[in-house]
Write a protein that binds this ligand. Structure first.
Ligand SMILES: *Cc1c(COP(=O)(O)O)cnc(C)c1O
Length: 367
């Protein structure tokens, strides 16, 4: 186990007076889907200029009451994280690299002119809400508790400036597979009308606004029979960056992996980083270098490129089968899951579910 950040005193706990019944809960988690159902409790804390962070507690998950002039509703000063709790082979609950989520949350906070939260508070809130609602763990294949820490400006004021009050919350959603029907490979739509991020923008922050801006492109993708959007860089409209919520990898016929380099416009995925490490542990070469859309098409046609996959906490490792760019389409490999993609996915989930040695101390037990 990695050294844990110094534990805080336990958060104040207000247990739910009327938890969902065992039968009802069993019913809801039998086919959870993704992000549709939620557990009984949440964690919360408040920051203001006078007191800093305070009032950290675990409470029943209830609707928030907010004033119509609350600034987040107008100016979208909001950041979030996405992480999962797994049930390991020995029956314990475990988090995967949670400290990385805490660090990235604070990096997002800095970019959005929001206060940083002590890593220990972030981690303790996550651990305690998961421990409180552990009986919501779905037993379905690929099941996990998806954890959503987030923070927003809660000032009641329409002036545009950093707020003097923020709220931090952690909610938990029992989930199965991200893509309904667990497709063997997804189809991507190359966005030529929209970009996700530009240099100097907010692309490397996990902020809600990035997602708001991506929905129209996602609708275009669905209209064209695709599952997800692949974005190109904003300047040359040439370099492949990532999907709306997942990073991308390319597998060459000599077994090397290529993934676009981080550089301000790409979200630094923890899954991306973990897969780079796992691949290098296996002796594979991983190059973080720019890869053009025209090269991708040419390499897929010539056979130099044999596989492509997307990755992230929500979707784990998802093979890319087809890429549609305007009226042209190209197929990746056989159009189904590639061998190396499958192997890396298996290596990753075996570590997450405690079935394989945890060489890098990535797994932290809760309980
Ligand atoms: C969250 C996210 C990812 C994946 O990050 P993980 O840490 O692997 O879950 C990739 N791209 C975008 C745009 C994201 O928001």
């Amino acid at each position: 186990m990695p050294d844990r950040a110094p534990a805080l005193p336990a958060l104040a706990i207000e247990p739910h007076p009327a938890r969902v019944s065992d039968a009802d809960r069993a019913d809801r988690i039998a086919d959870p889907g993704f992000g549709r159902i939620f557990t009984d409790h949440m964690a919360s804390a408040v920051w203001n200029t006078e007191q800093g962070w305070h009032d950290a507690r675990i409470t029943p998950r209830v609707p928030l009451q907010i004033d119509p002039a609350t600034s987040v509703l107008h100016y979208a000063q909001e950041i979030f994280e996405g992480m999962k709790a797994y049930r390991t082979a020995d029956g314990a609950m475990a988090l995967f690299r949670p400290q990385e989520n805490a660090r990235r949350f604070n990096a997002s906070a800095r970019r959005m002119a929001m206060p940083e939260i002590p890593e220990a508070l972030f981690l303790e809130a996550v651990r305690q809400v998961v421990a409180t609602d552990a009986d919501w763990f779905p037993g379905v294949p690929g099941g996990a508790l998806y954890i959503r820490p987030f923070m927003f400006s809660s000032d009641v004021r329409l002036g545009v400036r950093p707020a003097s009050e923020y709220r931090f919350l952690v909610i938990v959603s029992p989930v199965g597979n991200y893509f309904r029907g667990d497709p063997t490979a997804i189809k991507l739509w190359v966005s030529r009308n929209y970009v996700r991020a530009a240099p100097g923008g907010t692309g490397e922050a996990k902020c809600g606004g990035n997602y708001a801006g991506s929905l129209v492109a996602q609708a275009e993708a669905i209209e064209r029979g695709c599952d997800q959007v692949v974005y190109l860089d904003a300047i040359e409209r040439k370099w492949v960056e990532e999907l709306g919520g997942m990073n991308l990898f390319f597998v060459m016929d000599d077994g090397t992996l290529v993934t676009p380099p981080l550089g301000g416009t790409i979200l630094p995925g923890i899954t991306r980083d973990s897969l780079i490490t796992i691949a290098r542990d296996e002796g594979l070469t991983v190059r973080e270098e720019r890869y053009g859309i025209d090269q991708w098409r040419a390499d897929a046609a010539s056979g130099r490129l044999v596989e492509s996959f997307a990755c992230g906490t929500a979707a784990v490792v998802t093979p890319v089968g087809e890429v549609r760019d305007g009226d042209s389409v190209f197929t990746i490999g056989s159009g189904g899951p590639g061998q190396l993609t499958q192997r890396l996915r298996q290596r990753l989930v075996d570590i997450q579910y405690g079935r394989a040695p945890d060489r890098h101390n990535w797994v932290e037990s809760i309980g």
